[in-house]
Ligand binder design. Structure first.
Ligand code: NIG
Ligand code: FE
Length: 413
């Protein structure tokens, strides 16, 4: 199967150096060529260049797509979601408008525990159907790689049920999916804190490991949820089964999660709404990608993470949607890129790199995804004709993404 996309006004997000992540001022580089074409074969990018350099051999493809003067970019990579969940929680949305905080709702036994109660009553098939509707929604909005967490099971059986649903999504969705075990998302109703941490360490992680159900391990390391010590124990148990950490840190308070993350070589530390300047120092020189979730700050009226300061300090930054029923029921990565510009003060090129190559890195995928390079997977989208790449975050609710491709195949609307 050979694909040719022609008449691309701007081909953006080209990577000629094979960098796995961009840091500091490198994040301003978004290489582009105008009047371009791109070719792919068997799902991988095989070439690109200016239209006048297109050879006859390249032009003789099985499928020819006319980009009609649109911009072609690597698909969004969303490295932090909770897209498998049951139902919705708009009641809490109203409670929050009336004045309750996210933390207060959680303390009263609502929040994550409400989602767990509902998930308990649902079959794998029902959960899969609900989750796939959301996966299709984000695919059409240009997401080509997504990380999905467990964490609404909160007992061994239901955590495994969630992970099996994620495995089924991996097998059936055209986009790339990675899975993260987040048993330590909240303490299940029937357990004490200690009992639950023991259950995660001694029963859940070994089961998940034996069945190869998760690529990564996560802990909600925050005030009112899990302490840094508990987080450390859980990450140590995950490491025995080869699961690298990606952790929830500093969402509700400065939690100590960044320090544990760096110590345990986490792939990413995520949220960071309440991070401190000292934590920026901790991240320097590490392989851990700070991953910022501006949709959560927007939806919960929380502070925004210090993304600008991190980039100015020479760090790379990634962004993610955090799509979940409680703190941000949206997986629209284009809107996240807009928020990254408007609220995090990232330049459009920085925000786009944060949502492509750096977010691919934050889920261990940047060797194969997150930029336009020969040999990378042909997951990309084409926009309507737009004046420049800056227009994408600027037009913050316009659906400029017109056509979406995964492994070189168009995904139908
Ligand atoms: O990333 N912070 C923890 N977990 C989710 C929220 C989950 C929920 O409220 O259902 C988050 O914000
Ligand atoms: Fe989250």
């Amino acid at each position: 199967m050979r694909l040719l996309v022609k008449n691309i006004k701007t081909l953006a997000g080209i990577d000629r150096h094979g960098k796995l992540r961009l840091q500091g001022s490198e994040m301003q580089t978004l290489e582009q060529i105008n009047d371009a074409y791109l070719t792919a074969e068997d799902g991988l990018i095989t070439g690109f260049g200016t239209m006048d350099s297109l050879t006859d051999a390249e032009a003789a493809a099985d499928t020819v797509v006319d980009a009609e003067g649109g911009t072609l970019m690597p698909s969004w990579c969303d490295p932090h979601t909770h897209i498998v969940y049951a139902g919705s929680r708009e009641g809490e949305f109203v409670d929050k408008i009336r004045g309750l905080s996210y933390a207060e709702i959680a303390k009263r036994g609502g929040g994550i525990l409400n989602s767990a109660d509902l998930l308990h009553t649902m079959t794998e098939d029902q959960l899969y159907e609900q989750a796939m509707r959301r996966v299709r929604e984000v695919m059409m909005k240009g997401t080509g790689c997504v990380e999905i967490k467990s964490g609404y099971g909160l007992n061994t059986e239901d955590e495994l049920k969630m992970l099996r649903v994620i495995r089924r999504i991996k097998e059936t969705a055209p986009i790339k999916v990675v899975s993260t075990f987040l048993g330590a998302h909240a303490v299940g109703r029937q357990y004490t804190q200690d009992e639950y941490v023991r259950l995660v360490v001694e029963e859940m992680i070994p089961e998940v490991g034996r069945e190869h159900l998760a690529d990564y391990v996560d802990v909600f390391c925050d005030e009112g949820f899990f302490t840094p010590e508990e987080t450390d124990r859980i990450l140590e148990a995950g490491a025995k089964w080869g699961m690298l950490p990606k952790i929830h840190a500093d969402e509700l308070a400065s939690s100590g999660g960044v320090e544990i993350g760096v110590k345990r070589n986490a792939l990413s530390v995520d949220h960071l709404e309440s991070m401190t300047e000292e934590e920026i120092e901790l991240l320097r020189g590490s392989g851990t990608m700070p991953t910022v979730l501006p949709g959560t700050s927007f939806f919960l009226n929380l502070p925004y993470a210090l993304a600008r300061k991190m980039v100015d300090a020479g760090l790379g930054v990634a962004v993610a949607s955090d799509y979940n029923p409680g703190s941000t029921p949206s997986g629209d990565m284009k809107f996240i890129v807009s928020l990254a510009c408007i609220k995090l003060r990232l330049l459009p090129a920085e925000a786009i790199n944060a949502a492509t190559i750096n977010s691919a890195y934050a889920m261990g995928l940047s060797r194969d995804y997150g930029s336009i390079a020969v040999g990378k997977v042909a997951n990309f989208f084409i926009t309507e004709p737009i004046p420049s790449i800056d227009y994408i975050p600027y037009a913050y609710t316009s659906p400029v993404i017109r056509r979406v491709f995964a492994r070189g195949q168009e995904i139908g609307f």
